[in-house]
Design a protein around this ligand. Sequence first.
Ligand code: NGQ
Ligand code: ZN
Length: 456
Amino acid sequence: MSDSAAIRSFKAGQLWQPGGWHADAMLGVDAGGRLVEPAVTSAEPLGAWILPGMPNLHSHAFQRAMAGLAERKGRVDDSFWSWRETMYAFAAAIGPDELKAIAAQLYVEMLKAGYTQVCEFHYLHHQPDGTPYAQLETMSLALIEAAREAGIALTLLPVLYISGGFDGRALTARQRRFGHTVDGYLRLLETLRRHESDDVRVGIALHSLRAVPEQAMREVLASDMAKTRPIHIHIAEQIGEVQDCLATRGARPVEWLFDHADVDSRWCLVHATHLTEAETLQIARSGAVAGLCPTTEANLGDGLFPLAAYQDAGGTLGIGSDSHISISPVEELRWLEYGQRLQTRHRNIAARHEGDSVGETLWRAALRGGAQAAGLPVGELRGGARADLIVLDDNSPLLAARDTCSVLDSLLFAGNTPLVRDVMVGSHWQVRDFHHHDEERIAARYRVVVARLAGV
Ligand code: NGQ
Ligand code: ZN
C-alpha cells in the first residue's frame, strides 16, 4: 500500500490522455515516481495544459557538440557519407569526460524541450584507437551518469558493430572503437544490467545490417536479453545501403530483416526511410516502431518516410533527435508533416480522417510509439505509469484563446518559442518555470569541453 502522506496530488486544467483532453483531472504521485490515486482534498494546481513527457527514441549524444559544424560545402559532392567522415573525425576526440559533459547538457536541453525519456544508441565503446577501456563499460557509465545528473529517464542501447560494410569488410581505423565480438557485446549487456533502476533500462541495438553480419545477429537475438528488451536498428536510411544490401544479400534491408528475424513490437526500425509498399505494410503489421528523426533526416539528405500509407496500415511510429541538429519534439513532428506536404502538395497529411487534428494525431502517435521503443509499458498518465509529464506555458500569447480542439496544433505548428514551462520525471520537478535545477553548472562544464574540442 502507498503511504498516503508521501503522495502529492495535483490538479490539471486539461490532461492529455490517448483518447483526448480531460478537464479537471486529478493526479497523485508517490515517492517512487508512479501515478496513484490522488488525495482530493489538497491538490496543487499544475496548469492549464498537461501532457505526458515525450520519449526521444533515438540519440547519439556526442553528436550534439558538432551541431552546425558540417554545413559548409566540401570538396566532394556533400552527402550523408561525407558528413559521416566529419562526424567520425569529431568522435575521435570524445572520451568519457567529454561524453558525460556533452550528454548532460544535451539531456537538460531535451528536458526543457519536453522530452522526458531518451533511448541512447551508443556505439563509442572503446578508446579512440580501439583499445578497450580498463573498465569495459566506461563510456556507457558516462551516459548513465549524465542522465542521472540531468534527471532524464534513460534506455541505454549499447550497439553491436562488427563490420565496415555489407561485404563484411573490417572496421576502418576510426570505426575500431565501435567494435565488439558477439561474446564481448553480450558481456557488456550483462554488466550494464546491474545498473538498471526505475530510471535506467538497458536494451539491444544492432547498428545496421551493414555493420552486423547475419550469424552475429542470430546469436544476439537468441540471447535471453533479446527476449524481453527493445531491439533497435538503423535500417534503410540511404539509397546506397539499400543497393548494397540488394547486391550482397539479395534483398532490400527491410525485406531481408523480416526474412531473417521475428520482427515484432520489441523492435524499433530507425530511419525506415526507403520502403516499398510491401515493406511499409510489413512494418505496420508487425507492430514494430518506425523510428523517425525528421530534422536529422532532412539535415543529412536522407529522404521521406511514406507516412500516409504507413498510418493507413495502422503502423506505430515515434520520434528521435538522432544527430541533435535540433532538440525539439515540436520540430520533429512538424517536419514529419511538412515533408509530406512539400512532397504531395497537399495539406493535413498525418490526419487521416475528416475532422482529425494533425497535432493531436502526431503527438498521440509519438507518445505511444516512443514509450514502446523505450521499453516502457504505456505512454499515458494513468495509475501505475511513471509520472513523466510536461506543463505548457498557459501565459504564452500563442496559446491565448486556444481550446482543446486547437492547442496541440498551435503548439506543433507555431510553438517556436519554448512552451514547456515545467517538467516532471519520476517524482521530481527537473524543470520549473523554464529553468532546469542544475543547468548553469552543466552548461559551464559543457562550454569548457566544447572549447577544448574546437581546438581539434
Ligand atoms: C550514426 N547516424 O551511427 O551515428 C549514423 C551515421 C552510419 C545516422 N545514421 C553512421 N543518422 O550510419 O554509418
Ligand atoms: Zn542513428
